[in-house]
Ligand binder design. Structure first.
Ligand SMILES: [Zn+2]
Length: 155
């Protein structure tokens, strides 16, 4: 793979096998079918600046409707280009499958997109609600390195 010159677009992220696989694992780990155990899972998506490869790392297990993503592991030559998490609580119980207001706030703060796997879905593509929050100046990767993950909590 070639050396990347920009962060992946939301569309590219939604089609990347590593991202889809991470969301699928997070979804399974969320135990959506077991009401007492149901909880959010998620993590971070990394871009390797030398190879262009996208990889994912999971965050610690979340709570029923909360996930702490403030301490991402850091890897050599990699920058975080997106976050992902699940919304495993059923819409039949009144839960919103889409990005929450808090999600939008956090993503705007981070300046990176968030991919969310909610309960409602028909196709794999539709299952991923994407909250885009690219900052205007995010065309260059230097800004990605400066994402601030201090006290970040998704809902
Ligand atoms: Zn959320």
């Amino acid at each position: 793979m070639a050396t990347p010159t920009r962060a992946p677009t939301l569309d590219e992220l939604q089609q990347a096998p590593a991202v889809l696989q991470a969301l699928e694992h997070a979804w399974l780990d969320s135990l959506s079918g077991i009401p007492a155990e149901r909880h959010e899972e998620g993590g971070w998506i990394y871009l390797n600046l030398k190879t262009g490869e996208l990889t994912a790392a999971p965050a610690p297990r979340g709570l029923r409707a909360e996930l702490e993503i403030s301490s991402p592991p850091l890897f050599p030559d990699c920058v975080i280009v997106a976050t992902f998490h699940t919304h495993p609580n059923p819409t039949s119980e009144g839960w919103d499958p889409g990005p929450s207001d808090t999600d939008e706030e956090v993503l705007t703060h981070l300046g990176a997109p968030g991919l969310i796997r909610p309960t409602m879905a028909s196709t794999q593509r539709d299952r991923i609600a994407a909250a885009a929050a690219w900052r205007v100046d995010r065309a260059s990767l230097c800004n990605v390195k400066r994402l601030s993950f201090t006290k970040v909590r998704m809902l």
